[in-house]
Design a protein around this ligand. Structure first.
Ligand SMILES: [Zn+2]
Ligand SMILES: [Zn+2]
Length: 252
């Protein structure tokens, strides 16, 4: 299983950086996890745009899906789309309605995405068999809107938190993963009833509780000190702690 970080930024990435996007390749299948700002351009710089088999969107915040627009144009500039859709776009529940609003706002036809990809909404607790030996599981996290963590089990196992506050469901999903790709957005933990993100320390505590092998921190604001964030997490997690810098390739 190979992970390529296409974007490791939060809602405003640093100069030259992208928002959320992670390519996972395993069992001959290419899976894109999230597609935030800048991810489409980075993807087409190295790979054929129609070579994605599956796209999973963790939640419908712009920094996780807005580059579906340019990525779709990369597949074809023809507004009529492809003769047959190729690949599958997996959206969260209610994701189709969100995309319909987006397409209306930008004056694109309602079938803009369906004309190149099969578009589906995954179900809470859903399991998807993408290929022999490659399976995807989804579990709900804690965010300001419904958000989902995504686990891939193939030749290795990887769990991506999406955007989440501390969550038992995400911890259960991540159990014994080879890699936890965890957001570490906050400098200070949130208090009060409305929570949606993790600090590096909370990400490390999640990794330790889930007994994962390695931890990769991601979803950084433009001014984050990534080395300091990794050092904070390393105080609470005994395994390797990495920073998900754009362009990083990791074989699991
Ligand atoms: Zn985000
Ligand atoms: Zn979000």
């Amino acid at each position: 299983m190979r992970l390529t970080v296409l974007g490791s930024g939060a809602a405003c990435a640093g100069a030259g950086g992208n928002s959320s996007g992670y390519l996972v390749e395993d069992a001959g299948v290419r899976v894109l996890l999230d597609c935030g700002h800048g991810v489409a351009s980075s993807f087409v710089a190295t790979m054929a745009p129609d070579s994605i088999d599956h796209i999973f969107i963790s939640h419908m915040h712009a920094d996780h899906f807005i580059d579906l627009l340019p990525l779709r144009f990369a597949v074809t500039r023809d507004m009529n789309g492809l003769p047959e859709p190729r690949g599958c776009l997996h959206l969260p529940p209610e994701g189709k309605a969100s995309l319909a609003q987006l397409l209306s706002a930008v004056c694109f036809p309602p079938d803009f995405f369906e004309s190149v990809w099969h578009v589906r909404e995954y179900e809470p607790g859903a399991q998807h068999d993408l290929a022999t030996g490659l399976r995807v599981l989804v579990a709900g996290g804690v965010h300001y809107i419904p958000g989902w963590a995504i686990r891939l089990d193939g030749s290795s196992s990887l769990t991506y938190t999406g955007d989440t506050a501390p969550s038992e469901a995400v911890c259960d999903l991540a159990r014994d993963s080879d890699l936890l790709l965890a957001e570490a957005t906050l400098d200070e933990p949130e208090h009060g009833p409305v929570r949606g993100h993790l600090t590096a320390t909370q990400a490390a505590e999640l990794a330790a509780a889930a007994n994962v092998r390695r931890l990769m921190l991601t979803h950084f604001w433009f001014d984050a000190d990534r080395e300091a964030v990794v050092a904070q997490a390393a105080e609470r997690f005994p395994g390797d702690v990495l920073s998900a810098n754009d362009g990083l390739v990791l074989d699991l």
